[in-house]
Design a protein around this ligand. Structure first.
Ligand code: RIB
Ligand code: CA
Length: 310
């Protein structure tokens, strides 16, 4: 039987869990990765762009990588270097990619690919949503050309970067609002599920003993693991792997449709994704499928199998 391949585009702010998502995606034969775009987020764009290129080279992923936005639409950039290291890869230095350096801006490349895929392209975004918002502003017909958008971002309850907001949404709440309002089918993998989607230290160590890819995964996530452990989480939350595996292995996850709006005016609540999952009041439209749970053991086993395969 011929395996169905899904044309996808990845928009990332490579950091260590984005790197894990790229490695996992590169091993999933169901994915036809058409392009990758980098955005400022975990660290500055110069690092996220270089990191994305270098992780692709490590993974043997020969896919064009495009530069996107170096700052949010309206707010100053705030990074997460305290989690990902100043360089974004936990201090691990990778060999520099010798791939052609693409000069087309991310939003132009993304639009051209969406047109080429005639409604079949799925967009996975694991960083602040600035590139998507710019693309939608320049090409208003782009949301209608996308089969689905799957993001790592938001939370139906507590935040992480602030008590109310998850990092990707908090960095650029105005861009996030544009995505939640764009009308394309949307899957939100927020902290509800990604804080469950962790690998435990012994699981990481087992992957680390398996070869070059595994060693990079283990070494690059050391700092972030220590950050999680210091904050009471026993493992490394692979936030950004969730939308990737939701696309190929949806049966590992549970969730429900909801109305979701982004707070862009608040001070204490800026960047909060407000959902109607738990309220009597229901928003007029269910604009997102909010992923709430994952089979952690199966999630961890699948990642181990993918990252340790020869
Ligand atoms: O809140 C977690 C998200 O913020 C992840 O995408 C991580 O890479 C950071 O970007
Ligand atoms: Ca990310």
């Amino acid at each position: 039987m011929i395996e169905k391949k899904y044309p996808v585009w990845l928009d990332v702010d490579t950091g260590v869990d984005d790197a894990a998502a790229l490695l996992v995606a590169s091993r999933l034969t169901q994915l036809d990765i058409r392009g990758i775009s980098a955005v400022a987020g975990n660290v500055e764009l110069e690092h996220t762009f270089a990191n994305t290129r270098n992780v692709c080279a490590l993974a043997g992923l020969h896919v064009p990588v495009y530069r996107g936005a170096d700052k949010p639409l309206l707010r100053p950039l705030c990074t997460a270097a305290h989690v990902h290291g100043f360089d974004g890869l936990g201090g691990v230095v990778l060999p520099e990619s010798d791939a052609l350096v693409e000069t087309l801006p991310a939003w132009d490349a993304l639009y051209a690919e969406a047109v080429r895929q005639r409604g079949e392209l799925q967009l996975i975004a694991t960083g602040p949503l600035t590139n998507l918002a710019i693309a939608f502003s320049k090409y208003p017909d782009l949301p209608g050309l996308l089969k689905r958008i799957l993001i790592m971002g938001g939370s139906s309850k507590e935040g992480n970067d602030t008590p109310a907001a998850e990092f990707n949404i908090y960095v650029d709440p105005h861009a996030a609002q544009a995505v939640f309002k764009c009308g394309a089918p949307l899957v939100m993998c927020g902290l509800d599920v990604t804080m469950q989607a962790m690998l435990l230290p012994d699981e990481i160590e087992a992957i680390g003993r398996s070869g070059r890819i595994g060693r990079f995964f283990r070494d690059s996530t050391k700092k972030a693991l220590a950050f999680h452990q210091a904050n009471g989480t026993p493992g490394m939350c692979l936030h950004d792997v969730c939308p990737v595996l939701y696309l190929t292995h949806p049966h590992l996850f549970q969730g429900q449709e909801a109305g979701v709006y982004v707070e862009t005016q608040g001070t204490v609540t800026l960047g909060k994704t407000v959902t109607d999952l738990w309220s009597d009041f229901q928003f007029p439209a269910k604009n997102a499928f909010v992923v709430l749970d994952v089979d952690r053991s199966a999630f961890a086993s699948l990642i181990r199998d993918l990252l340790t395969a020869g």
